[in-house]
Write a protein that binds this ligand. Sequence first.
Ligand code: HEC
Ligand code: HEC
Ligand code: HEC
Length: 476
Amino acid sequence: MLKNTSRVQPDSARMHLAQRRRFGGAALAAAFSLFALSIAWHESHGPDAVSSDEMPITQARADDAAQASDGGPATRDGSAANGELVKRGQYLTRAADCAACHTADKSRPFAGGLPIGTPFGTIVTPNITPDPDTGIGRWSDADFMRAMHEGIGKGGERLYPAFPYTAYTRVTNEDVLAIRAYLKTLTPIHYTPPANSLKFPFNQRWLMVFWNMFNFTEGRFVPDPKQSAEWNRGAYLVEGLAHCEECHTPRNFMQGLQSSARFSGAVQAGWHAFNITPDKLSGVGTWRDDELTSYLSTGAAPGRANAAGPMGEVVANSTQYLTPVDLRSIVAFLRSVPAVSGGDARPRHQWGNPANDVAALRGTAITGVNGAQLFVANCATCHNWTGQGVGASAPGAYPSLIHNSTVGANDANNLALVILHGVNRTTTHADVLMPGFGGHLDDEQIAAITNYVTKQFGNPQATITTDQVAKLRTLQ
Ligand code: HEC
Ligand code: HEC
Ligand code: HEC
């Protein structure tokens, strides 16, 4: 499908006119980018790089050619076959969590408008409902396929990798067309999201050509015949549709995925998406398979972790809908990725002791901001003053803060964010709600509770300052 990139592209022609005026600046920027990119290339193609370059792409292309067609089964509306296709498309759309970015407002499903902060400025998600004027109603199936597989928009313009086409390129033509068939059944919503605000030169979409050279390998998933069907299904989901690496793999300075440290954890908008490699101390190597599948399907694995923030949304929008077979496949694949140590002394979920100081707190005069007292006043009704929770292992219970990965992590970011924003996760399993305290506790009080909780129930080395809480508060 790479051949498409050479076709005449009206939008980029328009862009080139505008570019000529700024040619001097753009040429400088491009030269600089090339220099920076060449450094990054050496970095990302070092001896340990786990790259997917060896994939027999030619074979994948041959499959494409055989399958690709404009208006295949997806357009045979009304037939029973189409009903099945749409149902499969909905399942895949959930697995790919398109809603996470394209549904900014629940009353406007898939109409976009979510601002995504990047180091280069803000990118706003477009409307992907079938509205002909503001959505993708006029797109052909081939246009849609090209966007998903190559990151190229309808007018030939380069899309920014905030849209995870780097992962969706792995998805088969058949599955892309099923997603397309489902999206066509959505209510068209007439809504134009606000424009991007990217600084020059990042507002030059053509520069993505260089970014792609270093950070993007176009091509469908190719099963590894040496691995089981379960492993291959897991790899297909994790690397493609479910795009777990978009959050769990650290990035290089160009915001490309660092292929030498896959799944070893990364921070985005303040949230630490933890190391999920099989490392026994820094990763999830000591979790049982059923604990991992329970976490993905319900958001809770008692004694290990609960899913809050972006991961709570992944569970609520996406992984709770996956079949048990698909969940087990994801786990089978995750078990096989190289373990990456983060230098931790013990697993996140193995910290903490129940508190025994409540007697000492009673009757003491309150002098200044005291984390223990704030904890008893704000948290103990649900988590108990001992920190052991209430009904701790029942579904939808108030969990124990002892043996909880967010409290035992080696940084206190997620804990402070949970206190600021609470937990709100709706699944078919339970409606989970912890109120946010950002509205009535100030930064100093939140820092004090956070530091008390990590010291008493978690990893005492994880501390946070008032200034750091203030910074986390400003992140979306
Ligand atoms: C992590 C966030 C994210 C997810 C998940 C995501 N998208 Fe997007 N998508 C974006 C952003 C951001 C853009 C705009 C990129 C740009 O402006 O270059 C975009 C652009 C698009 C476009 C191009 C639309 C246009 O008008 O140019 C299509 C089509 C699209 N996405 C479809 C999907 C589908 C289908 C899924 C699920 C399979 C999906 N996206 C999942 C963030 C996301
Ligand atoms: C949008 C970002 C995002 C995506 C996509 C994402 N995760 Fe996460 N994940 C996180 C964050 C953030 C946490 C920490 C949550 C917390 O502290 O409550 C997390 C936590 C986890 C944990 C618990 C680790 C621990 O020690 O507590 C597992 C397991 C996990 N994710 C697996 C996955 C898998 C598998 C996928 C793909 C299907 C995935 N994640 C996709 C952001 C993400
Ligand atoms: C009204 C009850 C309630 C109160 C009050 C409450 N919590 Fe929670 N807390 C919950 C529930 C419910 C969950 C989510 C359980 C789940 O994910 O299944 C939770 C989860 C947590 C988690 C785990 C988050 C994760 O990502 O693993 C932490 C840490 C936590 N609470 C700390 C606190 C602290 C500190 C306070 C006081 C500032 C507090 N809670 C107040 C009910 C409460």
